[in-house]
Design a binder for this molecule. Structure first.
Ligand SMILES: Cc1cc2nc3c(=O)[nH]c(=O)nc-3n(C[C@H](O)[C@H](O)[C@H](O)COP(=O)(O)OP(=O)(O)OC[C@H]3O[C@@H](n4cnc5c(N)ncnc54)[C@H](O)[C@@H]3O)c2cc1C
Length: 384
């Protein structure tokens, strides 16, 4: 597959692949990617920082490199393409949702501690049924709080909050009656916050459900304005979607390469599997699938870099295409590897579980398809 990236992106990818081979591979050999020891995680971050990658996505104003969507996309693709399951940790996540804390007081109180690694925040977006079975979306009602200050009383339920069990803060998307949506930073241990049973997904991640019962949240914990909560939350989701798409494309290419080695290698039948026409057809499907997903990925990254009006839809489409591509590609690769790929701990077994969750996380495929159709119905078929 040949798709020529601009030279700055291609150079970054070469440097990253070399860095992973020379600096990450020797220290990660034999470690379990789904539960890496904290010293190993720190060492990867330290080496990546020394090599100039770790703070790629962090704004320059915060000591980072301030790379735009295209460079970050290229970096994520290369980290996955390395085939090292620890490599993604070489790219620091940056402030995440907390980058929305943009007034000076909030930056000091919320953003800086997250950037320094002293505090962590989880994103509580997905609505859940409340513990009494009712299904009213999470609400934030304006109120005078116990200390006499202005604020909100938050009531509702959220599900699948990744990292919620360890977070100091939950960034909750809530509806302020008659005004619109708001993003509120809620202390995880505030009175009225109840954490449900921790769930472990097949991909190795863990999620917590939360109930909120008239939780007092001061005005100073409102990110942005009331009314812009959902659009701001969607900006964060858009960034995550582009990242997922990049990782899926990188892994799809790695799986395709690995499978080529497998089918061209010796086989007990006496002939490499690559000589079989049905195998060739399956391999062609894998290759073309990754080619299409990669083309969509860089098209979407460019649209996001230029802040084009269609960028959100392109990113949604790229995430849908790339996550579905990776899952199909891993499935086909397992078929061509045979039973060995089903053994626990085999890279394809791990990728199969991980890629399955990505078809739901950051927007299930069906919702992304709706996004595309809505956009095209409004703007015409040439809008994408
Ligand atoms: C790995 C992972 C990490 C996550 N992390 C977080 C997190 O940190 N914070 C957070 O808030 N949430 C998180 N989520 C939750 C995620 O946002 C939701 O799983 C997702 O939005 C789908 O919601 P749901 O699971 O409740 O499924 P439902 O909304 O019940 O949908 C189930 C299925 O129904 C179909 N469907 C639903 N609506 C429609 C429709 N309108 N049209 C057609 N088909 C439809 C889709 O096939 C969908 O997969 C995470 C999920 C995963 C898998």
């Amino acid at each position: 597959m040949h798709f020529e990236l601009p030279s700055d992106l291609a150079d970054l990818q070469s440097r990253i692949l070399r860095f992973v081979a020379e600096e990450i591979a020797p220290i990660t050999e034999g470690a379990d990617p789904e539960s890496p020891p904290s010293e190993l995680r720190r060492e990867i971050a330290r080496r990546a920082d020394a090599a100039g990658f770790y703070r790629l996505a962090v704004p320059e104003s915060d000591g980072g490199l301030g790379a735009g969507p295209q460079l970050v996309t290229a970096a994520r693709e290369a980290l996955a393409l390395s085939g090292n399951p620890f490599a993604a940790r070489a790219l620091g996540s940056g402030p995440g949702i907390m980058r929305l804390a943009d007034n000076p007081e909030q930056r000091e109180a919320l953003y800086v501690p997250v950037m320094r690694g002293e505090r962590s925040a989880a994103f509580a977006f997905t609505e859940a049924l409340r513990s009494d079975g009712s299904r009213q979306p999470t609400q934030a009602v304006r109120a005078t709080l116990g200390d006499g200050s202005d604020g909100f009383l938050v009531t509702g339920a959220k599900g699948f909050v990744t990292g919620g069990a360890d977070a100091d803060w939950l960034v909750v998307v809530a509806n302020v009656p008659d005004e619109g949506t708001a993003l509120l930073v809620v202390d995880r241990d505030a009175p009225g916050v109840t954490e449900g049973e921790l769930g472990a997904s097949i991909d190795g991640s863990t999620h917590s459900p939360f109930n909120f019962d008239e939780v007092q949240v001061p005005q100073s914990r409102l990110l942005g304005q009331v009314g812009d909560g959902l659009p701001r939350a969607m900006q964060n989701i858009d960034r995550m979607r582009l990242g997922v798409a990049a990782e899926c494309v990188g892994w799809s290419r790695w799986v395709t390469r690995t499978t080529l080695e497998r089918i061209e290698g010796p086989h007990r039948s006496g002939q490499p599997l690559a000589e079989q026409q049905q195998v060739q057809a399956i391999f062609a499907d894998m290759t073309a699938d990754a080619f299409a997903a990669r083309t969509a990925l860089y098209q979407a990254a460019q649209a996001r870099e230029r802040d084009e009006p269609t960028a959100g839809t392109q990113v949604a489409a790229a995430k849908w295409l790339a996550s579905e591509c990776l899952h199909r590609t891993v499935d086909r690769a397992i078929q061509l590897h045979g039973a060995q790929a089903l053994l626990r701990g085999h890279p394809l077994e791990r990728l199969y579980r991980w890629s399955r969750s990505l078809r739901i996380a950051e927007g299930p495929t069906e919702l992304l398809r709706l996004t595309v159709t809505r956009h095209v119905r409004q703007n015409g078929v040439d809008a994408l």
